[in-house]
Structures are given as structure tokens and as C-alpha cells.
Write a protein that binds this ligand. Structure first.
Ligand code: DUC
Ligand code: ZN
Length: 492
């Protein structure tokens, strides 16, 4: 009998805290040992992979993924279901994803939503997964279910300060934060001022401005920064931890940094679209710009990108997620073209479904850009999302005896010719990528999920099986928590 299930030799192992020449032994789906290079020369394994000096990192954890959702952000429905979305994730090295279980305003219970979302995911996933509850109706019943949600392994939820179908009023946000604090649940907040956006949209429409590029005008930085400040104020008042999702601009980032410097439990996320796209991408001939309509919109240019890179490097951003929210472009029933009518042959920006695909490209783009230290790259794409959302150390690390054997092995220097991305290379169910033609110099060569090689780029590509991915129960965050026992913790 072999000593191990898998040996990974000759890699440069990179975690959020360490870089070194280590070999890795895997057994029973777990990291059995990480030892100096050469330590396993007399050992046997069912399979051995020679990393040839390439980086060996924990598998990616993407904690902002929209799959199989009804129309919530404009008119269309998301193009990826749990099968196609998780397939795309694995092909890009994301071994764990946290998707949304969306409650509609007409729905009372969150537990029913959780059950329905389990049914969508079960036996369909290529990668491991969990859910954030998306709360749009914090009814008495919904709030009373937070305790059971925790018992069911859900330790985070998301709320919105915009979008008609989702927006909470300030008092409702406070209701959620009090209950979340009591149950040690982390609250993710989409921070944009919905009334400002509606007002701007009306101003633009009055002037007959309907093209996709006006989406960016309707979502000014001020709307994001104001809502960010308000969300932080609520978090400070209740002393409840929050994460501001998909931060796009420097003023919002500075507001967050200021709160963090004051010791508040405020965390933040950014996404590749705020590093690689600008508002010019929305200003293309005809309706093409709709391919890059997401919210908040990509900002002005390089200076904004630099600000976001700086925020990643200095720790303002805890996590880098994809906000994968895929809509097909050439689709007038569920996709971007649902906003085209006889009256508006060039569409109406306010109805363009908001979102872009990106679960497969997040890791390769960020590593290829070579703007972050390697440990920081692992921290924001893998370790921190696991820590923030209660998956650590099972996910996001290579901790002996504790971590699942979820591993990405990258190409060693000189082994992969830089290549231009084409949508046909991707595994999602979307007919475009907003990043068509982008030149990359890295991609996961092998991806391993709980000891199984599920992606081998040069020998078969996707090897994983639908249904191998499983639901992972999550614990309380080990990063975020209230600072004090407090007056809001009223006994039941
Ligand atoms: N932004 C997007 O781009 N898509 C989904 C939701 C959101 O807030
Ligand atoms: Zn959002």
C-alpha cells in the first residue's frame, strides 16, 4: 500500500504567511505533511506531481458569486447555474465558492430559501461551496431564523442599500446588524445610495441619455462613498462587524481605511473589474458597452486602478472576489439585450442586467499582473476569505492535518507562453468575456480538490466530476467580531 494518495514535489510553496521550497504529502483528502524539499524521496504515493519549481498555493476561495438567480439587478436572470458556474470556478483554480441564497421581498422565511438553494447546488457542483443568505425582507420571522442559520453552517449574510428589489431602509439595516451581532454573523453590505442612483437615472433619461455608458454616470463615486460612510456609521453604532463588498473607488477605500485605523470591525472587498476595466469599456460602439455593465461601475482610469492595488497591498481590502454575476450578451430573454425594445432599439441602461462573469479569470489575472507580493496574493484570494467567512483552516491554507488538500500548482517560469484570453477558452455558460484579448502569463496548471486532481490544463483540462463538490458548513468568522459585549445583546 502506498504511503500517501498524492505527493507534490519540487514546488515553491506559497501561503499567506510563508514561501519556501517544500514538498507536500496528501492523504485522505487532507494535507498530511508539508516538509522541506526532498523529505519524501523514499516515500510511495498513488500519484506524484512534479511542480518543476512552479508556485504551489492553497486553492482559491471566491466568496462573491451569483449563480442561478432570478432577475434582481435589472431584467435578466444569471446565465450560470451551479453546474456551469462551479465548472468555470475549477478551471480557474477556485476550489471553494460562496454563492448567494437570495430572498425576495415577497418571501418571509430565510430557511426556506436556504433549502431551495441547497436543492439547486446539491450533486451539481465541481467545487466545494457554501451560501451567504441575501436578506431583502428582514421580517420578524427572517430575523428569528438567524440562530438556526448558524446551526446550519451559515455565518454570513448580505444586504443592499440600493436596487428596488433588494434595498433595505436604514432602520431595517440596523435590525439586521443587531441580530447578526447576536449570532456572530458577518454582514456584507452593498454600499451605494439607491436614491442618488434613481435621481441620476431620472436626470439622464430626461435628457434622453440611454446608452450603456450612462450606467457609469448614474452611479457616481459619491453614491458609493456616502453609503460606505453610512454603513460604517451603523456598524460602529451597533458594534457589529461588516464587510463592504466590491469597493471601486479611492474615496470609499479611504473612508474604510479610516474606520479600520480607528479599530472598527470593518472589512472590505474589491474585484478584478476595478483593477482592469474603466468606464471607457462601457463606451463602445452600439450596445457593446453593456458587456461591462456591473455595479459599482468601473471608474475613470489608471489612477483609480492604482488606488485599488494600493488598498490591496496595505490591507484596506481584506478579500479580492470576482462578483461573478453572469448574463449572456446576445440574449433578449434573460441576458443583456432584455433592455432592448422597439421604442429603445439601443437599449435603456437602467434595465441592463448588472454583472459580469469572472470566476474563472480572477486568480490568473491577479497573479499575471504581478502587482502583489505572493503571500498577499494568497491572503486576499484564498486565506482571508476563508478566515473572514468561517472556513479557516479547512480552506484557504496548507495547514498540516487541518486543511483540505485544495491546491493550485502554477506554471514554472518559462513554461507557459503568454496568451491572449478568448471566451472560447472559458468554461462558463456566457457568450462573452469582458476581458477578451487580455494577455496573461499565468494560469493554474493543476488544481486539486480534497486530494483529487480536478484540473490538468495540459492533459485533459477539466477532470473533476459534477457532484464531487460538497457543501461546507461554516463557523463564526475568525477575523471579524464585535469589540465588546454590549447593550445590544439583549437576552431572549
Ligand atoms: N453588482 C453587479 O455587478 N452584479 C450583481 C450585483 C451587484 O451589485
Ligand atoms: Zn453588489
Amino acid at each position: 500500500m502506498a504511503d500517501y494518495d498524492l505527493l507534490i514535489l519540487n514546488g515553491l510553496v506559497v501561503t499567506d504567511t510563508e514561501t519556501g521550497e517544500y514538498d507536500i504529502a496528501v492523504k485522505n483528502e487532507k494535507i498530511e505533511q508539508v516538509a522541506p524539499r526532498g523529505s519524501f524521496k523514499d516515500a510511495t504515493a498513488k500519484r506524484t506531481i512534479d511542480a518543476e519549481g512552479g508556485y504551489v498555493m492553497p486553492g482559491g476561495v471566491d466568496a462573491h458569486v451569483h449563480l442561478q438567480e432570478p432577475p434582481l439587478f435589472g431584467k435578466g436572470s444569471t446565465a450560470d447555474n451551479y453546474e456551469t458556474g462551479s465548472r468555470s470556478a475549477i478551471a480557474g483554480g477556485t476550489t471553494t465558492m460562496v454563492t448567494f441564497a437570495p430572498q425576495r421581498k415577497s418571501e418571509d422565511s430565510l430557511l426556506d430559501i436556504l433549502k431551495a438553494t441547497h436543492a439547486k447546488a446539491e450533486n451539481n457542483c465541481y467545487n466545494d461551496y457554501s451560501f451567504h443568505l441575501l436578506v431583502s425582507n428582514p421580517s420578524h420571522r427572517a430575523l428569528s431564523e438567524f440562530k438556526t442559520l448558524r446551526a446550519e453552517g451559515i455565518s454570513s449574510l448580505k444586504i443592499y442599500m440600493t436596487y428596488e428589489a433588494l434595498q433595505l431602509q436604514d432602520g431595517e439595516i440596523l435590525d439586521v446588524l443587531v441580530e447578526a451581532r447576536k449570532r456572530k454573523i458577518t454582514t456584507m453590505i452593498h454600499a451605494e445610495n439607491g436614491q442618488v442612483i434613481d435621481w441620476m437615472t431620472a436626470q439622464l433619461e430626461k435628457r434622453k441619455f440611454f446608452a450603456p455608458k450612462y450606467h457609469a454616470v448614474a452611479h457616481p463615486e459619491m453614491a458609493e462613498t456616502e453609503a460606505t460612510y453610512r454603513a460604517i456609521s451603523f456598524s460602529e453604532f451597533i458594534d457589529a462587524p461588516i464587510l463592504i463588498v466590491h469597493v471601486s473607488n479611492r474615496a470609499a477605500a479611504a473612508t474604510i481605511k479610516n474606520a479600520q485605523d480607528r479599530g472598527l470591525p470593518v472589512y472590505a472587498e474589491t474585484c478584478p473589474q476595478y483593477l482592469f476595466l474603466t468606464r471607457k469599456d462601457l463606451d463602445k460602439v452600439g450596445f457593446e458597452g453593456a458587456k461591462c455593465v456591473c455595479t459599482p461601475p468601473p471608474r475613470e482610469g489608471e489612477e483609480d486602478h492604482d488606488g485599488i492595488w494600493d488598498g490591496l497591498a496595505n490591507g484596506t481590502f481584506t478579500v479580492l472576489s470576482s462578483d461573478h454575476c453572469p448574463f449572456r450578451f446576445d440574449d433578449a430573454v434573460n441576458g443583456k439585450k432584455t433592455c432592448i425594445t422597439d421604442e429603445f432599439p439601443a437599449g435603456q441602461f437602467k434595465y441592463i442586467p448588472n454583472g459580469i462573469p469572472g470566476i474563472e479569470t480572477r486568480l490568473a489575472f491577479t497573479l499575471s499582473a504581478d502587482r502583489l507580493k505572493l503571500n498577499k496574493f494568497v491572503e486576499v484570494t484564498s486565506a482571508n476569505p476563508a478566515k473572514l467567512y468561517g472556513l479557516w483552516p479547512r480552506k484557504g491554507g496548507l495547514v498540516t492535518g487541518e486543511s483540505d488538500a485544495d491546491i493550485n500548482i502554477w506554471y514554472p517560469a518559462g513554461k507557459l507562453e503568454p496568451f491572449a484570453l478568448k471566451n472560447e477558452m472559458l468554461h462558463h455558460n456566457v457568450d462573452y468575456t469582458p476581458f477578451e484579448g487580455k494577455v496573461l502569463n499565468q494560469w493554474p496548471r493543476y488544481t486539486i480538490l480534497r486530494g483529487e486532481v480536478v484540473w490538468d490544463r495540459d492533459h485533459g483540462g477539466l477532470l473533476g466530476k459534477k457532484g464531487y463538490g460538497k457543501f461546507i458548513k461554516r463557523d463564526a468568522s475568525c477575523l471579524a467580531g464585535s469589540r465588546q459585549e454590549g447593550e445590544w445583546d439583549i437576552p431572549e
